[in-house]
Design a protein around this ligand. Structure first.
Ligand code: NAD
Length: 338
């Protein structure tokens, strides 16, 4: 059994990482860490970790083999530098760090310690995303030309919903906007998918729209040209119905090739490929898959083979593109826009 320790017992750990670690054969959830004792204790109790800690040194000395970092982005750097110091392989949530120079330092610290560092882009491990990769590689739609990767939603809303009394700003959404906004937070998943499906990006640009009042655009479009000749549009919104009582979201992947189109729609739960031969319905799966990601992590820890796991560099490249696109959008914001 490979003994896993997890740092950061918050929202994504509770619904994604902790259940996945517990369910993957070969992995054993041995210890959890959170500076908030109540969260650490509750996570250990709920997911059966033998030990919980509020002291990072005691956590790292608890006999774990590898770690999962699911703390908020500003703490990833200290968690990964500790992992390098204590000699633990790691998988780290996106974005790897708030500054690209910090992400580079984390990658270098792990590399020089001879350790593996992966970025937790769990979208790659949806069977639907894996199927798209397989179909493109097999030439099922001919040469890919155009990708549209859309995720428009409200990031949990501008205000706390269903709360009595005066409207209260939703700190969760506000935090993500202050960390750089939708392209750096969610969009890094789509940028990673585009790079993984289509290969290197040779040029990119970002354009924004401001529905809300943050420095970063809350609705943003990234255009990326790939070395293979394909073009990707990533559109991400955190203000799509952000004040609506009943917001709607849109989550779509569309890959247009010279000889066909693949379309995945999360909300409609549809996934198909249309070519001259006709339409083939494909098996629809949720866009995230933490369990498959941890199966790949277990395999990498056993064999050293990363399989489809995104490297630290993949995580860095996605945030470099996202940050650059967001910065360009801010710089080209016309003065009359808000
Ligand atoms: N892959 C996905 O689909 C997905 C979804 C949501 C969030 N995320 C990412 O996961 C990360 C966590 O997001 P969240 O929504 O769960 O945040 P959260 O705020 O709910 O949880 C973060 C936890 O980290 C703890 N923490 C604070 N300082 C720490 C430190 N120094 N070391 C370790 N833990 C510390 C906090 O006490 C908290 O319990 C973010 O990077 C976010 O972008 C990914």
């Amino acid at each position: 059994m490979i003994k896993i320790g997890l740092l950061g017992c918050g929202v994504v750990a509770s619904y994604g990482h902790l259940p996945a670690i517990v369910n993957v054969p070969g992995l054993s959830l041995t210890a959890v860490y959170d500076p908030n004792a109540e969260r650490a204790r509750q996570a250990a109790e709920k997911f059966g970790a033998a030990q919980w800690f509020t002291n990072p040194d005691a956590f790292f000395a608890s006999g774990i083999d590898a770690i999962s970092v699911t703390s908020a982005a500003p703490f990833h750097k200290e968690n990964i530098l500790d992992a390098a110091r204590y000699g633990k392989h790691a998988i780290c949530e996106k974005p790897l760090a708030l500054e690209d120079s910090d992400a580079r330092e984390m990658i270098e610290a792990m590399r020089s310690a001879g350790l593996m560092l992966f970025t937790g882009f769990c979208y790659r491990f949806s069977p639907s995303a894996l199927k798209i990769k397989e179909l493109i590689a097999a030439g099922a739609i001919g040469a890919p030309k155009s990708l549209r990767l859309i995720y428009d939603w409200d990031c949990h809303g501008k205000y706390e919903r269903d709360q009595p009394g005066p409207l209260k700003i939703n700190e969760r959404r506000a935090g993500r906007m202050y960390e750089g906004g939708p392209m750096i937070d969610c969009g890094t998943h789509q940028i990673d998918l585009a790079r993984w499906w289509m290969g290197d990006v040779v040029q990119s640009t970002g354009i924004g729209a401001w529905v809300d009042n943050y420095e970063a655009p809350d609705h943003i479009y990234m255009h990326m040209d790939h070395a293979c000749g394909a073009h990707t549009l990533v559109e991400i919104s955190y203000s799509h119905g952000y004040t609506a009582k009943e917001p709607r979201s849109e989550f779509v992947y569309e890959i247009v090739g010279a000889d066909g189109v693949i379309r995945y729609d999360r909300n409609a739960q549809s996934f198909d490929i249309r070519t001259a031969a006709g339409t083939q319905t494909l098996e629809w799966h949720h866009e995230k898959n933490f369990e498959e990601m941890y199966r790949a992590f277990a395999h990498a820890l056993e064999t050293g083979d990363p399989g489809h796991l995104p490297s630290g560099e993949d995580g860095l490249l996605a945030t470099v593109l996202a940050r650059r696109g967001t910065q360009e959008a801010i710089e080209r914001r016309p003065p009359h826009k808000g």
